[in-house]
Design a protein around this ligand. Structure first.
Ligand SMILES: [Fe+2]
Length: 196
């Protein structure tokens, strides 16, 4: 497996919001309705047992994901790596998240620049196919895909940051599907306050 691409973004948000975004997939149906949701639906998410310093969840391809991919160029580059496979998502606290499926690992590392600015490093490693390195065209397609859906995340997270700063957002309970975020908050409480 070799790293095929990496890039760095700057998000106007607190780094904890960025980590929370990448910890869970509950937001996918709302934030990525045309990019991720059609082939990897939110309804297929399973939250797996977590542990000290990490959490895990996974999604299963939609039954008709193959036909969706054929129609949707966004997914064409996945055809060789995800057929019938789960996508496993891991968050390693405090600053790493990764998406793992057969032949590919995409990783994200959000780190604080200041209280409302986060540097988000993104990378992708892939197995060679039949001993052949992936073509520049294939790698460029993957980069476009990552850039598109991470851009969708950036827009919503920066919007949440503006809402929090305004003080106008009401408090609300998390849903059961947001348990990975509770795991992260408990980790922070334990490390910072010795509780949680
Ligand atoms: Fe997202």
């Amino acid at each position: 497996m070799r790293q095929v691409l990496s890039f760095t973004l700057e998000w106007r948000c607190n780094w904890k919001l960025a980590i929370e975004n990448f910890c869970e997939s509950y937001h996918v149906f709302k934030v990525h309705p045309k990019t991720v949701e059609p082939a990897w639906p939110t309804r297929t998410m399973d939250i797996l047992p977590s542990g000290e310093g990490y959490n895990l969840h996974r999604r299963t391809p939609a039954p008709d994901a193959d036909s969706i991919r054929l129609k949707n160029s966004y997914f064409k580059s996945l055809r060789n790596v995800d057929k019938g496979q789960y996508v496993n998502l891991a968050c390693l606290f405090p600053a790493h998240a990764m998406s793992i499926k057969e032949g590919m690992v995409a990783w994200i590392c959000p780190r604080p620049v200041d209280v409302d600015c986060t540097r988000v490093q993104v990378g992708c490693a892939m197995l060679d196919e039949d001993g052949q390195a992936h073509t520049e065209e294939a790698i460029a397609a993957i980069e476009r895909r990552l850039t598109t859906f991470i851009g969708e995340d950036q827009a919503i997270v920066e919007s949440v940051q503006r809402g929090l700063r305004s003080g106008a957002l009401p408090n609300a309970h998390c849903t059961a599907w947001e348990r990975p975020n509770r795991d992260f908050q408990r980790y922070l409480a334990h490390r910072i306050l010795g509780t949680g």
